[in-house]
Structures are given as structure tokens and as C-alpha cells.
Write a protein that binds this ligand. Structure first.
Ligand code: DGY
Length: 323
């Protein structure tokens, strides 16, 4: 029997060791051991002769890059649930399948949202900076008093899988769950959460806003100055979805004026660049896009990419998780 050559797979980033090992077992792989982020033209050039691309959030798979990809490319599997870095319509027009990694990162991302809610409520960022700067002079009755999440109304914007995982965790902290979504969830999924069909009325009803909406043109600056003004005085804003959904200047102004008590951000418009005002705002907690960053989750995301690549490139079947 003649040996068949494995399909050729381009890895645009350095992925976790278990994921790279499985990829190398089943494909002829070009890895990126230095993890250098490629520009769109570099990516299209690197893809020459490849059957599949495994990419990640931040890769410039815009319309231009997709138009420049070689005809050999049949599938782009992104190591993310978000697909705002990929021009899906351009890929569809070229007959290139695009897949993402739903479900496997819901709990990890909800954990980071919960971490930000707790840190913002209890002033964990300020407290850590105080101790680390050797400025803590001892316990005091009025030092760094925050607020308790218990009994507060958590408003989840985008009640998909991540939003629902967060709701489950937040109930454990005694929070009352409210949500705004395009559609009301069936009762068994809502699990008692209060649905607000009207965004403005939703914002005025909650104490903590947690944002879980996708990026892209339709949601750009969804949280703008007008909507921030609808939030109750002293409200908290947390974002683990996409940075582009927040107007940073408006959020910063509301943190500075005291209209908002605090914010917790894991994602940023134009990241890794951060809006300058956040650097000096004491009441904002900043994380470097950690949502899915657990060993277990990152392995599961990589395996989900490879399951999709296997379906298309090894078995000639439809992808399992089309984006
Ligand atoms: C996702 O999966 O979309 C995360 O934000 C990581 O990019």
C-alpha cells in the first residue's frame, strides 16, 4: 500500500503542547515556535501550499487576507469562540469552511467575569497595588471598603452559554440575575433570571452589568455615554466579551466622575493597546484577555479545532462547529 501524505496544516500561533503534539501526529505541520503574530499579507504568504489553517483571535483574517489565500486552503479553524477577526462572508464566497470553539470555554470565561465582579466590588485591584507598593500601614476600620455582591442585581448582557455559566456562579454569591438578550430564554435555561426585552430599562434596573456580546460593526460602542448614564449611580461594569463593544472614553469619564463605582475589563478595543485613561483610573481592574486561559480549556479549544480539521481534511466530511 502506498503511504498517503498527511494534509498540510499551518499553525499561525504557538498552541498548547498537547494540541501541537496531536496536530503534528496527524498533519504535516508548519508551527510558529516563536509565536510571532503575522500580518495579513504574511499570513497569506505563509499559507501557500497548505490545506488548513489553525488561527487565533487577533489574526488578521480580513477580506483582503482571505482573498489572497491560496486555493489549496479548505478550512480555517479558529482557536476561539469569537470570529470577529475573520471575514466570514469572504471565506464563504471562496468556499473555505470556518469553524470556532463553542461551549468548551464557557465556564473558564464566566470564572473571569466572576473574578472581575468580585474584584471590582471588593476593591481587590487597589488593595493588591497598595500592599505590593509597600504602602500598607495596617488594618483600619474604614480602609478600602467595597460593596458585597450579595443581594445585588447582576445584569447579564448576552445570555448565551457564557452568560448562563456566570448566572449559575453568581447565584452562589446571592446575586439576583437579570438579563437582556435578543430572545427570551426557555424557563429551564433562564432558571429564574428576569428577562428585560428593552435595553435601556434593563440598564436602569441593575447594580452590576456583565457584558457578553460579540464584537463587530453591529455592537461597536454598544455601551456608550448615553447608555452608561442609564446605569444606576454606583453601578459596576464588567466586560469579558469584546473590547470594541465599549466606548472607552465614556466609560473612563463615568469612572472618574464617580457615576460608576468601578469596572473590570478583560478585553480592550484595539488590544493589546489599552485606552490611556485606564492606566491612571484606580477603580478599574485590568486583565490581559484571560477569559479562556486555563490549561484544561486551552487544550479543549485546541482539540475542538483539530476535531473540525479532522472532519474536513482527514474524512472529507462537513465541519462539526461551523462559525
Ligand atoms: C474567544 O474564544 O473568543 C476568546 O476571547 C479568546 O480569543
Amino acid at each position: 500500500m502506498p503511504e498517503t501524505t498527511p494534509p498540510r496544516l499551518l499553525l499561525t500561533r504557538l498552541f498548547p503542547p498537547n494540541v501541537e503534539a496531536r496536530a503534528a501526529r496527524d498533519y504535516s505541520v508548519q508551527a510558529n515556535p516563536t509565536d510571532k503574530v503575522m500580518s495579513g499579507p504574511e499570513l497569506a504568504e505563509a499559507a501557500k501550499g497548505f490545506d488548513g489553517i489553525m488561527c487565533a483571535a487577533g489574526d488578521a483574517l480580513n477580506g483582503q487576507t482571505i482573498a489572497a489565500l491560496p486555493d489549496s486552503v479548505k478550512i480555517i479553524a479558529t482557536f476561539s469562540v469569537g470570529t470577529d477577526h475573520i471575514d466570514l462572508a469572504a471565506a464563504r464566497a471562496r468556499g473555505i469552511a470556518v469553524t470556532n470553539t463553542p461551549d468548551v470555554l464557557s465556564v473558564a470565561t464566566a470564572e473571569i467575569a466572576m473574578l472581575l465582579i468580585l474584584t471590582a466590588c471588593r476593591r481587590g485591584g487597589e488593595a493588591e497595588r497598595l500592599v505590593r507598593a509597600r504602602q500598607w500601614t495596617g488594618w483600619a476600620p474604614t480602609q478600602l471598603m467595597g460593596i458585597t455582591p450579595e443581594g445585588k442585581k447582576l445584569g447579564i448582557l448576552g445570555m448565551g452559554r457564557i452568560g448562563q455559566a456566570l448566572a449559575k456562579m453568581a447565584r452562589g454569591f446571592g446575586m439576583e440575575i437579570h438579563y437582556h438578550n435578543r430572545k427570551q430564554l426557555p424557563a429551564e435555561e433562564a432558571a429564574g433570571a428576569v428577562y428585560h426585552p428593552d435595553a435601556e430599562e434593563f440598564l436602569g434596573s441593575i447594580d452590576v452589568l456583565s457584558m457578553h456580546i460579540p464584537g463587530g460593526a453591529a455592537t461597536r460602542h454598544w455601551l456608550n455615554a448615553e447608555r452608561i448614564a442609564r446605569l444606576r449611580p454606583g453601578a459596576i461594569v464588567v466586560n469579558t466579551g469584546r473590547g470594541s463593544t465599549v466606548d472607552d472614553a465614556a466609560l473612563c469619564a463615568a469612572l472618574e466622575s464617580g457615576h460608576l463605582r468601578a469596572a473590570g475589563l478583560d478585553v480592550f478595543d484595539g488590544e493589546p493597546k489599552i485606552f490611556e485613561g485606564y492606566h491612571s483610573a484606580p477603580n478599574v481592574v485590568l486583565l490581559p484577555h484571560l477569559g479562556s486561559a486555563t490549561i484544561e480549556t486551552r487544550d479543549a479549544m485546541g482539540f475542538r479545532c483539530l476535531d473540525n480539521l479532522d472532519a474536513v481534511l482527514l474524512r472529507g466530511e462537513a465541519p462539526l462547529h461551523p462559525a
